[in-house]
Design a protein around this ligand. Structure first.
Ligand SMILES: Cc1cc2nc3c(=O)[nH]c(=O)nc-3n(C[C@H](O)[C@H](O)[C@H](O)COP(=O)(O)OP(=O)(O)OC[C@H]3O[C@@H](n4cnc5c(N)ncnc54)[C@H](O)[C@@H]3O)c2cc1C
Length: 351
């Protein structure tokens, strides 16, 4: 029912991490009326914990490297223009962990102040704090709490899914970064076992990040050992660089959301029940053209950026804007629905 409180938007973006804030920024800049929603606050998830180092992928050729090379160029331009006050440009020395490759010196790399960058991107955009649960679509509108919109964009990272999209394979990987002061000089960014970098805060060095696959904040009674995380980070950093008189000034922790095939996700979502009702033979492994799947209307997911969320966000946000505003058809190689056929086949095996 339409109440006096109901507010109308062109787009609701659920999740205000770097993906949600960047998408909101591009769509707002393009003239759309945007509502940004987060259950805990801007950059309260993985984004608030990030380094956030902006670098390309140095090893392993393949589609992810190709995408990250493109995204890195867009990211450097984006952060140094739109978010210049929140971005420190520094050279980066990448050292391969097993000495299999020569070190790479990259003249132009960057570290972004994650939280203030997200907050700045969200400036001027209507922001709501509430937990979006089971959003519904009727009367040609998405309904989330008291707000409604034509489009819904899900940017909720590694948090529990809010629609029945079990086929979307996402893993939350816990990460820990520390900010320290040290009497040692850190002239540029080092990448080896961990990243070590100067930050925008004078004298503060960021060390990150650990990859703890065993801890999940969603598991009851699961406790993360902050002290052990600190010890691991410092031990790894000291294998690269001598760091004396360390004083830890801040711990930042959060979940990165990684996809099963390591590629990020940008695209529409299949309505699994409706698609299986229309194409039951998908459960027997029969190939169906993805164009024949039933998709949720005007629903897009941006997720699965793994350890490259800040590198990928400007690229993904721009592609989303091109699709919603300029009518450019989205490249379906990043579609989260790529996982659907295999899931449908496995589901048959399980039932
Ligand atoms: C320690 C650490 C270091 C990292 N370092 C780097 C780095 O150097 N460079 C880099 O590029 N990337 C880095 N990453 C990865 C990067 O942080 C992530 O890829 C990125 O933050 C993902 O952003 P996101 O917007 O998709 O998700 P998140 O930042 O997790 O945002 C999701 C948001 O959705 C909200 N939400 C969830 N469910 C709901 C709901 N039902 N209703 C409303 N709101 C909801 C959450 O509160 C959260 O704020 C690092 C990550 C960590 C943890």
């Amino acid at each position: 029912m339409l109440t006096s409180k109901t507010l109308h938007y062109d787009v609701i973006i659920a999740g205000a991490g770097i993906n949600g804030c960047t998408c909101a920024y591009f769509l707002h800049q393009a003239g759309l009326k945007v509502a940004l929603v987060d259950k805990n606050g801007i950059a309260s998830g993985g984004s608030g914990a990030a380094g956030a180092f902006i670098s390309p992928k140095f090893n392993k050729q393949g589609p992810l490297k190709e995408l990250l090379d493109l995204a890195y160029e867009e990211a450097i331009l984006f952060y140094t223009t739109v978010l210049a006050a929140h971005t420190l440009i520094k050279p980066l020395l990448h050292i391969s962990q097993d000495d299999s490759e020569d070190p790479i010196y990259l003249e132009r790399s960057a570290i972004v102040d994650a939280r203030s960058a997200c907050e700045t991107l969200a400036e001027g955009i209507d922001f709501y704090i509430f937990d979006v649960q089971s959003p519904t679509y009727y009367d040609n509108q998405w309904h989330c709490g008291d707000i409604r919109s034509k489009h819904l964009v899900l940017t909720i990272g590694a948090y529990p899914k809010i629609l029945p999209i079990e086929y979307v394979g996402l893993r939350g990987i816990w990460g820990h970064r520390i900010d320290i002061t040290t009497s040692s000089d850190v002239p540029h960014i080092f990448h080896e076992y961990v990243s070590i970098s100067p930050t925008l805060k004078e004298g503060v060095i960021a060390i990150g990040a650990t990859h703890d696959v065993h801890y999940s904040p969603f598991e009851p009674n699961s406790v993360y050992d902050v002290q052990a995380g600190r010890v691991e980070l410092i031990k790894k950093a000291k294998k690269t660089l001598e760091l004396n008189n360390i004083n830890i000034v801040k711990d930042c922790m959060g979940l990165r959301s990684g996809s099963n095939d390591y590629m990020p996700m940008l695209g529409s979502l299949v309505d699994a029940d409706a698609t299986l009702a229309l194409h039951p033979h998908l459960q027997h492994g029969k190939a169906v053209d993805p164009k024949e799947f039933v998709y949720y209307p005007n629903l897009t997911m941006v997720n699965g950026s793994g350890g490259y969320g800040f590198v990928l966000a400007p690229y993904l946000g721009k592609r989303l804007k091109e699709c919603l505003v300029d009518g450019i058809v989205m490249d379906d190689t990043l579609s989260p629905s790529r996982y659907f056929p295999r899931w449908a086949k496995r589901k048959k095996g399980q039932s």
